[in-house]
Design a protein around this ligand. Sequence first.
Ligand code: PLP
Length: 421
Amino acid sequence: MKHFKSDYFTYIDDQLHCEKVNLSQLTEEFGTPLFVYSKNFFIDRFKELDDAFKLINHKIYFASKANFNLSVIKTFYEQGSGVDVNSAGEFYRAIKAGVNPKDILLTGVGKTDEEIALGLEKGVFVIKAESLEEVYVINDIAEELNIIAPLAIRVNPDVDAQTHPYISTGLAENKFGIDSVYAYDMFVECSKLSNIELVGIDMHIGSQITKIEPFIEATLKMAELFKKIKATGIPLKHFDIGGGIGVLYNDETPFSPKELAEKLIPIFMQLDAQIMFEPGRFLTANGGVLLTNVLYTKTNSVGKNFIVVDSSMTELLRPSLYKSYHHVQPIENIDNIDFEADIVGPVCETGDYIAKQREITMVGRGDKLAIMSAGAYGMAMSSNYNGRRRPAEILVDGSEYKVIRSRETFRHLIFDEEALL
Ligand SMILES: Cc1ncc(COP(=O)(O)O)c(C=O)c1O
């Protein structure tokens, strides 16, 4: 079978390693399911993106929704990243990871008053608004707090990101941002408010974008708007193009940061602004694997094979939610014939699967598999459905590794319910 190509997850003596750490040993020590991340993958991708745009004034804000483990956030923060948070909970995580609020962007299509007040009181760098009504609310809360809110407005550029409809966010029909048709008037209207400082314009057109054209089209549209707004005397300082850079899961041919920079830098050069990026998936997806144990195999009367593993939609929701492809391969390079099977989890849902009709080396009970590209939107989307305890997470750095979150215990499942019986 074909193995997923990665410099960070390679077979050494037929054993899959993360950097220099043998994954088989990790499963013996920590059990399965188990998330394992490569710290150097994270650092290298951050540097790759940062270097690509070194000619211009820019800053990367890691979108912590992709992987919100404190040690992962800290890894990026130590590289000079800021953090994009989408809720009070993500804000809390960033603070606990040691991030200064001044390095945080507060995003979200439906922020509560509590979340807005928290962000303003703690002094986030920018708070983003996605409707006129929200701007009024932010202004009122800022007035009560006697604060001037540093505000960016997220504009929906109405561009087709050509990605899965559930992760496409920049079409006029999507719930995100302000319709680009109203955006200019809205900036002018908002600039009159007493407790708002309009600092930036923001967009995020979708996720797992593998074609460069939508980025260019949206950036050009936003750049025109940015210039028009600035011409009115509103001193915008930031131009935020969001996240969305796509990665290789299967056979995609994503563009590189360098290619993106070649196309976008000439546009950015015309703007007197700091350029902001909010990547999540690009920085983390291929830096993580989910290790799983084969529990059972079976074949039905029409010859369909099933591999039942101990990971499921509760650890990796993406296949069930978006029909996403994740490469799956044995962590020991087993010399066996390939067969076609559905790789499924233990959760009581027909939609609970990891891979469908997949060519894979014939494996049996006790064999361990690596579900590749699980570093983004894996653990972050996990749940306790079916009474499942979330897996542990391990961060590998060269030949060293450490637990960065322990496996959940039964205690986590009931929180305070027992005391409330
Ligand atoms: C506003 C915003 N910024 C950044 C991101 C990160 O996107 P990605 O992981 O595709 O880079 C998202 C993801 O949904 C988002 O909604």
